[in-house]
Design a protein around this ligand. Structure first.
Ligand code: ARG
Length: 466
């Protein structure tokens, strides 16, 4: 088939023709490109660029094509160069000369730019809804673990007691920011490239405000060269996906660790774990591992997009054709991973007793011992030295801090003398639930704060669903 731009006598090598074709990828933009075409054709008619009857016929056929495309019933000629060419070829097949009028005042450069923005607009909404679903799944799990004391880690070493719910809310904090990133990126992407034509606009009386309005954009892009050569909307979307996936990958890593016999904090139910084809005892957290793996792929899409743009002279260059594969893959992978994450989280069977047991070993109350002395008026560094000496002593003796007597404490470090008594005050102070309960600052693990935060996040997910 002759290309739109081909005239008699041109002889493009068939292999080059095949190399340049983007239809297999950009056919996915068929509905968006038809919407953009409808806006364009309406404007052509309203401004007398094509006769009103021609605009009406084009609108009728485009609407018909859009209806079929949305149902997946519009046969697309596999030989077309790209989805944009296909639309003009199909209109020409249906309307003859009428179809040949559609491209007045536009170029595939502004056509592809607007179709991509429409895809990103709905794609961002899909990802944002999936984030809200994942947050709700995490909140359901957290609601059962508000009093489930577990070790909090730094350097993957047991550090201080937190709760399972508090730990899960840390995940939600990242996801909430991810949601905001998609929203912010979508707001910046909300400009219409249409009417920029190839790069310099058109000498015909094209009305960019009108096409922007009819597609629901608040305004046209500010500069016609930027509007066709810019792919910030793609980069920002992919960046938001990459960061989202980085978070999901960290959660996945934790679920993988927690489900190991070494931690034993959770079991992954059969809905989200797999067996081994050879080891009958295995229950593997494969979905978590695959989420972790796919994060690399989405980061790859972001790097591909940035790298393909960095050396491009303004305005459009064919390099930009590669943007769609990266954007679609980032979108599909992020959505797939969020869906799997929500199911995986709901399939977790937490072992609260095992978590508490782990929190009671390893002197997670050592900081609280120092804080007990600070509360009694000692300087922190002195209190720290005393607590460190007590921990060293207990490790040597193989005993717990709570089993030391007042005399024992005083013998370890003078700071304890007269401050720690045998009245049980310190033992109560060092109980795991007391340690957690005192940490009632904003964002802390105290059950009262965690319950407030769960309620706030529920309001966030309800709002995200609109
Ligand atoms: N298939 C092309 C793309 O996706 C459409 C734009 C082609 N423009 C051009 N001047 N060759 O970028």
């Amino acid at each position: 088939m002759a290309r739109l731009w081909e005239t008699a006598g041109s002889e493009l090598d068939p292999a080059i023709d095949g190399f340049l074709r983007s239809l297999p990828v950009d056919v996915r933009l068929l509905p968006e490109d038809l919407e953009g075409s409808l806006a364009h054709v309406g404007m052509l008619g309203a401004n007398g660029i094509v006769p009103r009857e021609v605009a009406e016929a084009l609108t009728r056929e485009l609407r018909d094509m859009l209806g079929s495309a949305r149902d997946g019933r519009l046969p697309v000629d596999p030989d077309s160069e790209d989805v944009h060419s296909f639309i003009e070829e199909e209109l020409t097949r249906r309307l003859g000369d009428g179809g040949k009028s559609v491209h007045a005042g536009r170029s595939r450069n502004d056509q592809v730019a607007v179709a991509l923005r429409l895809f990103l607009r709905s794609g961002s909404k899909r990802v944002m809804l999936a984030i809200a679903d994942a947050v709700d799944a995490i909140l359901d799990l957290a609601s059962g673990g508000i009093h489930a004391v577990m070790p909090g880690y730094t350097h993957l070493q047991r550090a201080q007691p937190v709760t399972f719910a508090h730990h899960l809310l840390a995940w939600c904090a990242g996801l909430e920011r991810d949601h905001g990133r998609f929203r912010d990126a979508a707001a910046r992407a909300d400009e219409c490239p249409l009417g920029s034509c190839a790069l310099a606009g058109s000498g015909l009386p094209v009305d960019r405000e009108a096409t922007a309005r009819s597609l629901g954009f608040p305004r046209p892009g500010r500069n016609t060269m930027d509007a066709v050569g810019d792919r910030d909307a793609c980069s920002e979307f992919a960046a938001a996906c990459a960061l989202l996936m980085t978070h999901c990958s960290r959660f996945a890593e934790e679920m993988t660790l927690w489900s190991s016999s070494e931690f034993g904090f959770v079991r992954v139910g059969t809905r989200a774990s797999t067996g081994s084809s050879v080891m009958p005892q295995k229950r593997n957290p494969d979905p978590a591992e695959l989420i972790r793996g796919k994060a690399g792929r989405v980061i790859g899409s972001l790097v591909a997009l940035l790298t393909m743009q960095k050396g491009l002279p303004y305005a459009y260059d064919r390099d930009l054709q590669e943007d769609k594969a990266a954007v679609f893959d980032a979108h599909d992978t992020a959505l797939g991973c969020l869906g799997a994450l929500a199911i995986l989280v709901r399939a977790l069977e937490p072992d609260h007793a095992r978590m508490r047991e782990a929190a009671s070993e390893g002197f997670l109350d050592a900081t609280d011992l120092a804080e007990f002395l600070v509360a009694k008026g000692l300087p922190f560094r002195t209190a720290y030295a005393a607590a460190k000496a007590a921990v060293g002593h207990c490790i040597g003796e193989g005993i717990r801090i709570s089993s030391l007597t007042a005399a024992g404490f005083a013998g370890i470090h003078p700071a304890f003398a007269g401050v720690v008594r045998d009245d049980g005050e310190l033992a109560l102070y060092l109980e795991l639930d007391a340690c957690v309960g005192r940490r009632a600052q904003t964002g802390g693990p105290a059950p009262v704060r965690v319950m407030e935060e769960i309620a706030r996040l529920r309001a966030f997910t309800a709002d995200a669903r609109g």
